[in-house]
Design a protein around this ligand. Structure first.
Ligand code: C2O
Ligand code: CU
Ligand code: CU
Length: 571
C-alpha cells in the first residue's frame, strides 16, 4: 500500500515539476595525514519539501568528507562514534594491517574514539570508507554513512588527467533509497529513488572538455548498467584498485559498464565543443541479465522496487564553458601495473557461492539465503589461514542462481579468467570487487603481503549488504610462518605517569622492546572510551578531553596477546 501511495507521488511529482532538478552535492575534502571523522545520527532535508530525513552523517548531515591522501604518507584517523549503536569504519580497498581495517572485529562502541593509522601503500585510486558492523551494515549504510577516499601518487600526478576536484574530476556515489511518505528511509535492499551524491533528481554542470568521473556504487544491492542518454562512448581509465595500463574505449551502439555494489570505476568523458547542451548519466537496467541485482522487477514483497528492470536517469549533466587549461585529449598510456604471475601462485583456494537451501535459514532471506563455502558466517570461526607473502589463486565457484559482487579485504586482485576466458580489457586492472554471475567460475590472483596478524582477520563477502548481514561472509588471517606465533612472553609490565593527571599520560616499561598490539581505556562502567591499535607511546597519550574520574588503561602485548590493566585517575 505504501508503495502505491509513493508511486502516485512520484508520478505527480514528475508531471508537476518535471523540470526540477537539484544541484548535485559534492562532498567536502579533507587533505593531509590527520583526519577527524565524527559519526553521528542527524537529519537532512533530502526531499525538497516536508519532513527532514533521519540520516547518519560523518562530520555533516549525510555521507562524509572525501579524504585525499598520498601514497607513502602515514595517515592517522580519529574516528569518534557518536551514534547510539556500535559501529565500525572499514577502509574499503586499502591495504593495511587487519587491526586497522575496520571490519566487524574493530567495533567502536558509542562514545568511543578509535585511532587507527597506517602507511598508505595503495597506488593512486578511488577507495571508500563505510560501516562494517556485523548484521548492521545494511542499516548503517542506508542511513548514509560512508565517504570517498582518493589516493594520489607520483605516477598518477605526472599524467595529463583531469584532477580539479568537483570541476573536471567529479566523485559520484550512486545509490538508491526507498523513501516513505514521511520522507524516511526504509531499510530495504532496493530503493525507488536514485541518488547521486545523496541528491535526488541531480543535475551538475560539467565543463566542455574531458571530464573524469569517479563512480562508486554505494547501493545496498543494485548493480547499475551505466551509460549516457546519447549513447556517447567513454573511456575506462581505472577500476577499484587504480589506473589501468592504458585507457579502454567503451564504444559501439550502446556503450555500457556494469557497476556492482562496492565497485568503483574511473571514466573519462569528452564534452568538448558541446557547451549549452546536456546529457544524462543513466542506468540501463532493463538490459541487465536476469538474476543480476537490479534486473528483477517484483511488484510486491521485500524486493519490490520501481527501479527494477527499468532505465533511469542518475544525473543530468549540463555542459558549460571549458575551464582554463582544460584536458582535451586522452593519454595513450597510463601506469605500469605489475601483477602477480600465475606461475608464482602456490595455492588455489576454492570459495563456493551457493544458495543456502537445506543448509540454513536466516531472517529476511529465509531458506533462500546465500552462503560462501557452504556455511553461514560465524564471527568466531577463522575460515582460512594464509601464510604471509603467499601468492594465491582464488577460485570463486558459483552454484547460486543469483549474481553476487564478491569483495575481499587486504588485497587488490587481478582477474585471470571468467568461466575459463580472460575478462574484457576494462576488467584487467586491479579489482577488489567482482560480480560473480550465477553458475560461473571466476579465478583471480593476489599476493597476501606486508601484514600478518594471527588475531584480527580480514573479511571476504558478498557486497550486497543484506547478503553480508545475513551471513554471506568469511574471514581469513594472514600469519607469519608457522611456529613463530608461540606464546613465549608473559603479561606486559608497565607504569603510567603522572597519575593522577589532567593532560597526558606517559608509559614506562621495566623491560625493553615492548611491542603493544592494542591500547584501550575503559571507564568505571567498563565502557571503552579510547581504542588505539598498535599505539606509539613515546609522546604520551592525550586524555585531557576525558571527564574526571577513574579509568583503566589496558595494554595488549603484541606477541602473547596477554592483557595488563592499570588504574588511572583523571582530575
Ligand atoms: Cu566495502 Cu568488507 O567491505
Ligand atoms: Cu572492504
Ligand atoms: Cu550476494
Amino acid at each position: 500500500m505504501k508503495k502505491t501511495i509513493f508511486a502516485f507521488f512520484v508520478i505527480l511529482t514528475h508531471i508537476g515539476f518535471s523540470q526540477s532538478y537539484n544541484t548535485m552535492w559534492i562532498p567536502d575534502t579533507l587533505i593531509g595525514t590527520n583526519f577527524s571523522l565524527n559519526i553521528k545520527d542527524t537529519f537532512a532535508q533530502i526531499v525538497n519539501s516536508g519532513n527532514q530525513t533521519i540520516t547518519g552523517g560523518i562530520n555533516g548531515k549525510f555521507w562524509g568528507p572525501t579524504l585525499i591522501i598520498n601514497k607513502g604518507d602515514v595517515v592517522h584517523m580519529n574516528v569518534t562514534n557518536h551514534l547510539n549503536d556500535s559501529t565500525t569504519i572499514h577502509w574499503h580497498g586499502m591495504h593495511l594491517p587487519a587491526v586497522m581495517d575496520g571490519g566487524p572485529h574493530q567495533i567502536i562502541p558509542p562514545g568511543t574514539i578509535w585511532q587507527p593509522y597506517w602507511e598508505v601503500k595503495n597506488q593512486a585510486s578511488t577507495l571508500w570508507y563505510h560501516p562494517h558492523m556485523h548484521e548492521m551494515s545494511q542499516t548503517q549504510i542506508t542511513k548514509g554513512l560512508g565517504g570517498f577516499i582518493i589516493v594520489r601518487d607520483a605516477e598518477e600526478s605526472a599524467l595529463a588527467l583531469p584532477r580539479k576536484y568537483g570541476l573536471d574530476d567529479i566523485p559520484i556515489v550512486i545509490t538508491d533509497r526507498d523513501i516513505n511518505s514521511q520522507n524516511q528511509f526504509a531499510i530495504v535492499p532496493y530503493g525507488d529513488s536514485i541518488m547521486a551524491n545523496m541528491t535526488l533528481r541531480a543535475q551538475y554542470s560539467v565543463p566542455a572538455q574531458f571530464v573524469r568521473m569517479r563512480l562508486l556504487n554505494g547501493a545496498i544491492e543494485t548493480s547499475y548498467n551505466l551509460g549516457f542518454s546519447d549513447n556517447r562512448s567513454f573511456y575506462i581509465i581505472g577500476t577499484d584498485g587504480g589506473l589501468l595500463d592504458s585507457p579502454v574505449l567503451i564504444s559501439g551502439a550502446t556503450p555500457r559498464y556494469i557497476l556492482s555494489a562496492g565497485e568503483r570505476v574511473e571514466i573519462l568523458v569528452d564534452f568538448s565543443g558541446q557547451t549549452g547542451s546536456s546529457v544524462f548519466l543513466k542506468a540501463y537496467n532493463q538490459s541487465l541479465a536476469n538474476f543480476t541485482p537490479g534486473s528483477e522487477s517484483f511488484p510486491n514483497g521485500p524486493f519490490a522496487s520501481y527501479l527494477g528492470h527499468t532505465n533511469y536517469n542518475i544525473v543530468k549533466l549540463n555542459i558549460s564553458s571549458p575551464t582554463s587549461n582544460p584536458i582535451t585529449s586522452v593519454p595513450t598510456t597510463l601506469v605500469n601495473n605489475v601483477y602477480p604471475l600465475e606461475q608464482d601462485a602456490v595455492f588455489t583456494r576454492t570459495i563456493t557461492l551457493s544458495d543456502s537451501t537445506g543448509v540454513t535459514s536466516v531472517p529476511i532471506l529465509g531458506p533462500n539465503a546465500f552462503i560462501l563455502g557452504h556455511h553461514l558466517f560465524d564471527i568466531n570461526t577463522i575460515n582460512h589461514n594464509i601464510p604471509l607473502n603467499q601468492t594465491e589463486i582464488w577460485e570463486l565457484k558459483s552454484s547460486s542462481v543469483f549474481a553476487h559482487p564478491f569483495h575481499i579485504h587486504d588485497v587488490e586482485f587481478k582477474i585471470l579468467t571468467i568461466n575459463g576466458t580472460p575478462p574484457p580489457t576494462q576488467q584487467q586492472g586491479w579489482k577488489d570487487v567482482i560480480l560473480v554471475e550465477g553458475g560461473k567460475t571466476v579465478r583471480f590472483i593476489a599476493k597476501f603481503q606486508d601484514y600478518a596478524d594471527a588475531v584480527h582477520p580480514f573479511m571476504y563477502h558478498c557486497h550486497i549488504a543484506l547478503h553480508e548481514d545475513e551471513g554471506m561472509m568469511g574471514q581469513f588471517v594472514v600469519t607469519e610462518s608457522a611456529g613463530t606465533d608461540q606464546i613465549t612472553s608473559t603479561n606486559i609490565d608497565f607504569r603510567v605517569y603522572p597519575n593522577p593527571t589532567n593532560d597526558k599520560i606517559f608509559f614506562s616499561f621495566p623491560t625493553d622492546n615492548n611491542e603493544i598490539y592494542y591500547l584501550s581505556v575503559k571507564n568505571v562502567n567498563g565502557k571503552t572510551v579510547l581504542m588505539l591499535p598498535k599505539p606509539k607511546l613515546e609522546n604520551g597519550i592525550d586524555v585531557s578531553h576525558f571527564a574526571k574520574g577513574v579509568y583503566f588503561v589496558e595494554l595488549t602485548d603484541n606477541k602473547s596477546k596477554l592483557k595488563t590493566t592499570k588504574k588511572i585517575i583523571i582530575e
